[in-house]
Design a protein around this ligand. Structure first.
Ligand SMILES: [Zn+2]
Length: 316
C-alpha cells in the first residue's frame, strides 16, 4: 500500500490540502440525467498560484482541473483520469489529472514569445486562441490489471467546455452538457463547474419513452444554462442549495459528496530512482556550478536538489 502523502517524509514541502465536499454527484429521478457539481474552493488558489502564469492561462488551467475532477468522480475502480491538450498555440501542452480519491494536479507548458505576442494583441484570449489547433486526449488509467482507455479528438470550439463536449459527442458518442469556470474572486482563485451526462435509462425504476427522455434531457440542460459563474464559485452557497435552485422540480437526488485534494505525487525517492537511470556523463552535464543537480516537478513547481557526488549513475 502506498504511504499516505502526509506521512511520506520524501514529499516536498507542498500543501496537503483536502476540500471535503469538492464534488457533489446527483441524479434526476425520472430523467436520463446524471451530474456532478464541482467546486475546488481554496484548493484552486493553492494549486494555481504555485505557477507564475498570466491570468488567461490560470483560468484555462482552473477549468481543466474542474473538468478532470468531475470526470474522475465517475471512476469505479482505483485509477486516474487525465486530460492532455497539445496544440500549436502559445500553450503547447496542458496536462491535468485527478485520481479516484480526488488528488488533483496540472501543468502547462507555454511558448513565452508566442504568448506575449498574443496577449499584446488580445489581452483576453479565448481558450482556443491560447491552444491553437491540435488534439485533446482523455485517458482513464485503472491500474495494471485493466486496459488503459484513451480517446483523442481534434481541438474544436472556443472554450474548454465546448472542446470537452465535442470530445464526448465524437469519441464516446455520449451526450454531455458542461459548464466550466475559473475566476479570480475576492477570496483568491476559484474554479468549478457543472457536468450533466445523458445516461441510458434512468436508474431502472421505470421505463420512459425516447421522446420523454429527449424532453427531460433538454429541460435539464436549459435549467443548467441559467447557472452563473458567481453561483458556482461562491464558497458560502452550499452545493446542495445551488442544485436545489436549479433542479428542485426535476426529481433532484443529491448523493454523497466527494473530496478533492492537492495531488502531486512527486517525491525525492522517486526522483533519485530517475537519476540513477542516467549515465555518469549525463549527470555531470546536469550538475550546476554549485555541484548540485536540480530537478523541478512540473506539477507542483518544487525544486529538488541533489548533491552530484551523492548520486550514482547507471552502471553498464
Ligand atoms: Zn510535485
Amino acid at each position: 500500500m502506498e504511504t499516505p502523502a502526509f506521512l511520506d517524509r520524501d514529499r516536498p514541502d507542498v500543501p496537503n490540502l483536502v476540500v471535503p465536499g469538492g464534488v457533489t454527484p446527483f441524479y434526476l429521478q425520472g430523467s436520463p440525467v446524471r451530474g456532478r457539481l464541482v467546486r475546488l474552493g481554496v484548493l484552486a488558489d493553492v494549486l494555481l498560484t504555485r505557477h507564475d502564469n498570466p491570468a488567461p492561462i490560470t483560468r484555462l488551467a482552473g477549468k481543466a482541473l474542474a473538468l478532470v475532477a468531475a470526470l474522475a468522480s465517475a471512476l469505479k475502480f482505483h485509477g486516474s483520469f487525465s486530460l492532455q491538450i497539445k496544440g500549436d498555440g502559445p500553450v503547447r501542452m496542458l496536462v491535468a489529472d485527478c485520481t479516484d480519491t480526488g488528488a488533483l494536479r496540472f501543468y502547462v507548458r507555454t511558448d513565452e514569445d508566442a504568448l506575449n505576442a498574443l496577449l499584446a494583441e488580445t489581452p483576453k484570449p479565448t481558450d482556443r486562441e491560447l491552444l491553437g489547433n491540435g488534439y485533446l486526449a482523455l485517458t482513464i488509467d485503472q491500474g495494471a490489471e485493466t486496459e488503459r482507455h484513451q480517446g483523442i479528438v481534434d481541438i474544436a470550439g472556443d472554450d474548454l467546455s465546448s472542446m470537452a463536449t465535442h470530445y464526448f459527442a465524437t469519441s464516446e458518442q455520449h451526450a454531455c452538457w458542461l459548464y466550466l469556470t475559473c475566476q479570480l474572486t475576492d477570496a483568491g482563485w476559484r474554479a468549478g463547474g457543472l457536468v450533466l451526462e445523458r445516461i441510458a435509462g434512468e436508474g431502472g425504476t421505470h421505463v420512459v419513452g425516447a421522446e420523454t427522455d429527449d424532453a427531460s434531457w433538454e429541460t435539464a440542460t436549459i435549467l443548467a444554462s441559467t447557472l452563473s459563474a458567481r453561483e458556482v464559485l461562491d464558497d458560502t452557497l452550499a452545493p446542495s442549495d445551488l442544485l436545489y435552485r436549479l433542479f428542485h422540480e426535476e426529481g433532484l437526488h443529491v448523493s454523497q459528496p466527494r473530496a478533492l485534494a492537492y495531488g502531486c505525487r512527486c517525491s525525492r525517492a522517486r526522483l533519485v530512482e530517475v537519476l540513477h537511470g542516467f549515465p555518469e556523463e549525463d549527470l555531470d552535464h546536469m550538475m550546476q556550478d554549485d555541484g548540485q543537480i536540480v530537478m523541478t516537478c512540473e506539477f507542483c513547481n518544487h525544486d529538488f536538489r541533489f548533491p552530484r557526488k551523492e548520486v550514482a549513475g547507471r552502471t553498464q
